[in-house]
Every structure is written in structure tokens, then in C-alpha cells.
Design a protein around this ligand. Structure first.
Ligand SMILES: Nc1ncnc2c1ncn2[C@@H]1O[C@H](COP(=O)(O)OP(=O)(O)OP(=O)(O)O)[C@@H](O)[C@H]1O
Ligand SMILES: [Mg+2]
Length: 225
């Protein structure tokens, strides 16, 4: 069963001379519990696609079914925000952690908005799961890149999302640390059934996914390579 269905999604940025067709009639189905890599050259529309899927941006045209709910250019901001909170976790290349806040509090943050009960214990458990049980009081400037990324993963998981969206998660990490992050993603996908979409430039990283799609000029050029 598909958890994500994109049907002829288009997105254009800017107007006139500066107009960029970031997505052009993109159709894509992602099944529940798939792990899919998104590749393609810089500027090909990968982040735009991920932001659209993650409800950070709305399509100009086309139809998007997220877990069988239709999202279109009319969908209101409140609906988008609550769907995003309940269904989706994000992990970015630059971690996006709050600098003066401990690992534990960074992980707890999204759960304050969702009103999750028992959030301190859930956050501690998630930090243990990503191998950071001994670093919960550390702040981002006291942690390595890989540790920061593991905090970001724990934070993405706190509201128990069905989908994890990740944009170049190993882009700032060395090879060994990148492989450790892939181990965590593979485990979340296989054992927790989380659907993962991961943008990467690195074939070695994409190999961890079950299939890859390739974008070019705002279109999917190869599906399933
Ligand atoms: N907010 C925006 N305003 C104007 N143009 C934008 C905006 N966001 C993206 N674009 C343009 O849309 C195109 C697709 O951008 P996108 O960020 O999706 O590429 P990408 O494949 O993620 O590239 P990279 O690998 O460099 O991250 C690019 O030409 C970019 O310049
Ligand atoms: Mg990008």
C-alpha cells in the first residue's frame, strides 16, 4: 500500500525571467515501509520534492495523497502543520539543533508542541537507541558531528512518525560516521517499519536504500535504478 502518492506535481519559483520550474509533473509512489534514496545533480529539485512531501511547501498543481489524505494548493497551514507533526520526522545535513540546549531538551522540544505525555522518558529512550545514553546533558558544541546527527534523528522520532525525510544526512560526516547513521536508518526501517526517503549525492550511501530514484531538471529521470 502506498503511503505517498504524487500525481503530476509541479512547483515553480519566481516570476518572469527568474522563473525556475523546480518540479515538473512529478509522479511518484512510495509504499509503506520502503527505504528510498533520491539522487540527482545540484538544482535538480530534490530538496523541493522532499519539502513538498514533508508539507513544508505546497504544490502549484497536481495531487498529493499522504497516507490517503489529499494535499493540494488549497490545504490550510494548520492542517499541514498538524499532519506534519503527527506523521513526519525530518533530519537535515546541518542537524539544525538548538545550540544552547542539551541533547535531551533538543529531543524533547517537538513533543512539547504535540503534548506527548512521558516525553522525558521517551526522549531518553530514543537517545539510548541511537547510542547517546551517555551524552544526554551535552550541548551541540560539546558533541561530534555524528553525535549531533544522532540527536537530530532522536528528535525526528519523538512524535513517532510513520515517515522519515532526510536531506543529505551524511553530507557533513566522515565515511565511518556516515555508515553508522545508515545503520540506524536501516534498523528504523526494518525493525520499526518507518518509511524513509533520503536525499544523497553518494552512491555508497544510496546503496543502503531498497531503491533509488534519480532527478534531473525538475523531473524524475530514472525510477528504480
Ligand atoms: N525558494 C526558492 N526560490 C527560488 N528558487 C528556488 C527556491 N528553492 C529552490 N529554488 C530553485 O529550484 C531549483 C531546485 O532546487 P532544489 O533545492 O530542489 O535542488 P536540489 O536538487 O536539492 O539541489 P542540491 O543538490 O544543490 O541541494 C534550483 O534551480 C533552485 O535554484
Ligand atoms: Mg538540496
Amino acid at each position: 500500500m502506498n503511503i505517498i502518492e504524487l500525481n503530476k506535481i509541479s512547483k515553480t519559483y519566481g516570476k518572469g525571467e527568474g522563473k525556475v520550474k523546480a518540479l515538473q509533473n512529478v509522479s511518484l509512489n512510495i509504499e509503506r515501509e520502503e527505504f528510498v534514496a533520491i539522487m540527482g545533480p545540484s538544482g535538480s529539485g530534490k530538496t523541493t520534492l522532499l519539502n513538498m512531501i514533508g508539507l513544508l511547501d505546497k504544490p502549484d498543481s497536481g495531487k498529493y495523497l499522504l497516507d490517503n489524505r489529499e494535499i493540494n494548493s488549497e490545504t490550510g497551514q494548520n492542517t499541514l502543520a498538524s499532519l506534519r507533526r503527527d506523521k513526519i520526522g525530518f533530519v537535515f545535513q546541518s542537524f539544525n539543533l538548538l545550540a544552547r540546549t542539551t541533547a535531551l531538551d533538543n529531543v524533547i522540544m517537538p513533543a512539547i508542541y504535540s503534548g506527548l505525555k512521558n516525553r522525558v522518558n521517551v526522549a531518553k529512550k530514543l537517545l539510548e537507541q541511537v547510542g547517546l545514553g551517555h551524552r544526554i546533558k551535552h550541548k551541540p558544541n560539546q558533541m561530534s558531528g555524528g553525535e549531533k546527527q544522532r540527536v537530530a534523528i532522536a528528535r525526528a522520532l519523538i512524535n513517532n512518525p510513520q515517515i522519515l525525510l532526510t536531506d543529505e544526512p551524511t553530507g557533513n560526516l566522515d565515511t565511518k560516521t556516515g555508515q553508522e547513521i545508515m545503520k540506524i536508518f536501516t534498523d528504523l526501517n526494518k525493525n520499526k517499519g518507518i518509511t524513509i526517503l533520503m536525499i544523497t549525492h553518494e552512491p555508497e550511501i544510496a546503496k543502503h536504500a531498497q531503491r533509488s530514484i534519480k532527478m534531473r531538471d525538475g523531473k524524475i529521470s530514472i525510477n528504480n535504478f
